[in-house]
Design a protein around this ligand. Structure first.
Ligand code: PEP
Ligand code: MG
Length: 325
């Protein structure tokens, strides 16, 4: 089976009806870019930059970060690298002097909330990412957005970082796309406001499921209730993809669901064309894509989305997975 999958390495990912699909990799450290490329990734869809910040006392400075982002960019040899700004807090804690522990960390000052409260840390990272964009295609991705004013503040700080580099006469890509993660139900429900302000969206299903179902993603006691296929979750994902298509803005899924081949046909039927996952899942998901007909899946998936009756949804899902193309 492994050998069968290896043969798909250089086969372009496309559905039977000719829809090209982009398969990207999630990485946590810059050195993983090489592995991603070897595994057939056409880009990095999620570089979880917070791993550069964790398990240390001093936060990394602009130069150290720049070198790390540039390493990932060079490692991908001209393919796009999506750098997510630090998503600290909740399950990814910084050394305590850099951020207070909140009573409910998953709902507290994490990710973009932390960055907007610590603009010097954010600006340092933004300059480092912008500098890496001089070496190849970089996309900037902002986690945990819920409000329009957060997007606007983040965009202002990005402008400020650009101006600071321009003043220092340091090169960067002035056109670097800026996207946002949709991982809070409020964001999915107002995806229109996101696509009007941002260049692309990426759906973080790990957190979207956590916040939709009120299930702590790290709590084993309630793990059985963490259901990626809950109709509420599926509708939020579908809504976000639809908003992106309507506005002509790219939408990806970069949570674990993108790498679950049991979800591939469902996501294709929702109109998803970009998947980002751990490199180990790329070929198995590609195999599903090569066997799928997106135009035939679309009406089946919209029927599935119209039901909120668990047994009916489960039956339709099983049929969707089992059906010939
Ligand atoms: C997600 O929430 O789905 C996601 C991709 O981000 P993380 O898992 O790093 O929170
Ligand atoms: Mg997340």
């Amino acid at each position: 089976e492994r050998d069968r999958l290896r043969r798909l390495l250089r086969v372009p990912a496309a559905t039977l009806d000719g829809q090209a699909i982009q398969l990207h990799a999630n990485i946590e450290l810059p050195g993983e870019a090489g592995q991603a490329l070897e595994a057939g990734a056409e880009g990095v869809g999620l570089f979880r930059s917070e791993f550069l910040f964790m398990n240390r006392r001093e936060l990394p400075g602009e130069d150290e970060q720049y070198e790390a982002y540039r390493e990932a960019v060079l490692g991908m040899q001209g393919r796009p690298v999506t750098v997510r700004t630090i998503d600290v807090g909740a399950d990814k804690e910084l050394a305590s002097e850099h951020g207070a522990v909140s009573p409910n960390p998953a709902l507290g000052r994490r990710a973009i909330r932390y960055c907007l409260a610590a603009p010097a840390v954010f600006l340092t990272q933004l300059r480092a990412i912008l500098r890496a964009s001089a070496h190849g295609p970089v996309r900037l991705l902002i986690p945990m957005l819920a409000h329009g004013h957060e997007i606007e503040q983040a965009l202002q700080l990005i402008d400020q970082a650009r101006a600071q580099l321009a003043e220092r006469r340091i090169a960067f890509d002035a056109q670097m796309p800026v996207g946002g993660m949709v991982e809070i139900p409020a964001a999915a429900l107002t995806a229109g406001l996101f696509v009007r302000r941002l260049d692309f969206l990426s759906i973080g299903t790990n957190d979207l499921i956590q916040y939709t179902l009120a299930i702590d993603r790290a709590d084993h006691e309630v793990a059985a209730l963490y259901d990626p296929f809950h109709p509420a979750v599926l509708r939020l994902i579908a809504m976000t993809i639809r908003a992106g298509r309507k506005a002509g803005k790219p939408v990806a899924v970069c949570g674990e669901m993108a790498g679950d081949w049991g979800a591939t046909r469902l996501l294709l039927g929702m109109g998803l064309t970009q998947f980002s996952m751990h490199q180990a899942s790329l070929l198995r998901v590609k195999q599903e894509i090569l066997r799928a007909d997106a135009s035939k899946l679309a009406p089946k998936v919209s029927r599935l989305l119209s039901s909120d009756e668990p047994a009916r949804v489960a039956a339709m899902l099983a049929k969707l997975r089992a059906d010939a193309p």
